[in-house]
Ligand binder design. Structure first.
Ligand code: DGY
Length: 316
């Protein structure tokens, strides 16, 4: 079986006798990508810049399986894959701690104005002790609203509760009663979530119906001390509206590990704001998570090559 792996990944169990192709450079054009995909049986797919949709599968009719090197699969038309009987592997769980660590990091960075203060140091503007300057806000006892209380949202809520005794509210498509008990969390409507959260952190799977769910009217309903955190997908936010909300101090600040689009342009007005902290989608970027993801993706490919069901599969 021929497997196309579009970027190098941590050493894994790829020695199962599979014929593996890894291109000699990272930034494949769409055309190059298609050529590789047209000459393979399966893909171990890193990154989400290329889409797996009807057009793609029509152009690459020999593809029989895709093992994503990610938990998210919003770049895959799952219905189309199902229709064609193509399994889509993913890597759940193994990156939940790492990704929620980044949400936690952003929450604290924004609350304590880390970007602003770091910039001052870089500008040679350390300043003197000033009782009224550069004041952040404390998170103790505040309300953390989680949109999407799944594995990553749970980890974020757990550490926020432990570290800052935060009160947890959440909104999901379905209630997560087990997590509610463990976190003493309250299920609320979306409207209540945005109105009551001091910190609102997104951990939901992204679907086209949620495109720019966080826009002007939603930011308007948030508290003026609210911190908006997104480590899920940038498509959740309208960045022009977010900019307006931050400049007009409708909300306190924003911490983003994902942007809309990615990569964020250097010209983005958000980068000029002292109350925004932006990271380049590094949620799962730890040695532990990336190694675990490599192992899971490889296990998916190997299982498929043996005619077995992928152990970690995004489609039934
Ligand atoms: C994931 O696993 O979905 C991360 O966001 C990396 O794309």
């Amino acid at each position: 079986m021929k497997v196309f792996v579009n970027k190098r990944i941590p050493e894994t169990g790829m020695e199962a006798g599979l014929e593996v192709f890894i291109p000699d450079h990272d930034n494949l054009s769409h055309e190059e990508w298609l050529i590789y995909c047209q000459n393979t049986d399966a893909i171990l797919s890193i990154g989400n810049e290329f889409w797996y949709d009807k057009d793609f599968f029509d152009q690459c009719p020999d593809i029989k399986a895709v093992a994503l090197y990610s938990v998210g699969f919003d770049h895959v038309d799952i219905k189309e894959a199902n229709r064609r009987g193509i399994p889509i592997g993913n890597t759940p769980d193994v990156l939940s701690k790492a990704t929620s660590d980044v949400a936690f990091l952003l929450m604290q960075s924004v609350a304590r104005r880390a970007s602003y203060n770091f910039q001052k140091v870089k500008d040679g503007n350390w300043g003197h002790f000033d009782p009224l300057h550069a004041l952040g806000q404390e998170l103790y006892g505040k309300t953390l609203g989680i949109l999407g209380l799944g594995r990553i949202g749970f980890e974020m809520a757990k550490k926020s509760r432990k570290a800052f005794d935060m009160n947890i509210i959440y909104h999901n498509r379905h209630r997560n009663e087990e997590a509610e008990k463990e976190l003493n969390a309250a299920y609320v409507s979306f409207e209540e979530l945005i109105a009551q959260s001091d910190v609102l952190s997104i951990h939901a799977n992204f679907t086209p119906q949620q495109k720019e769910l966080f826009n002007g009217p939603v930011f308007e309903k948030m508290k003026d001390n609210a911190i908006f955190i997104n480590t899920a997908r940038g498509g959740f936010q309208n960045e022009k509206d977010l900019y307006e909300a931050l400049v007009s101090k409708q909300i306190w600040g924003a911490g983003l590990d994902v942007t809309n689009p990615e990569p964020m342009s250097r010209e983005s007005s958000l980068l000029g704001l002292s109350n925004a902290c932006v990271l380049p989608h590094i949620g799962s970027a730890t040695i532990e998570a990336r190694t675990g993801m490599a192992k899971m993706a490889a296990e998916n490919i190997i299982a498929f090559s043996r005619g077995e069901k992928m152990p970690y599969c995004a489609n039934p």
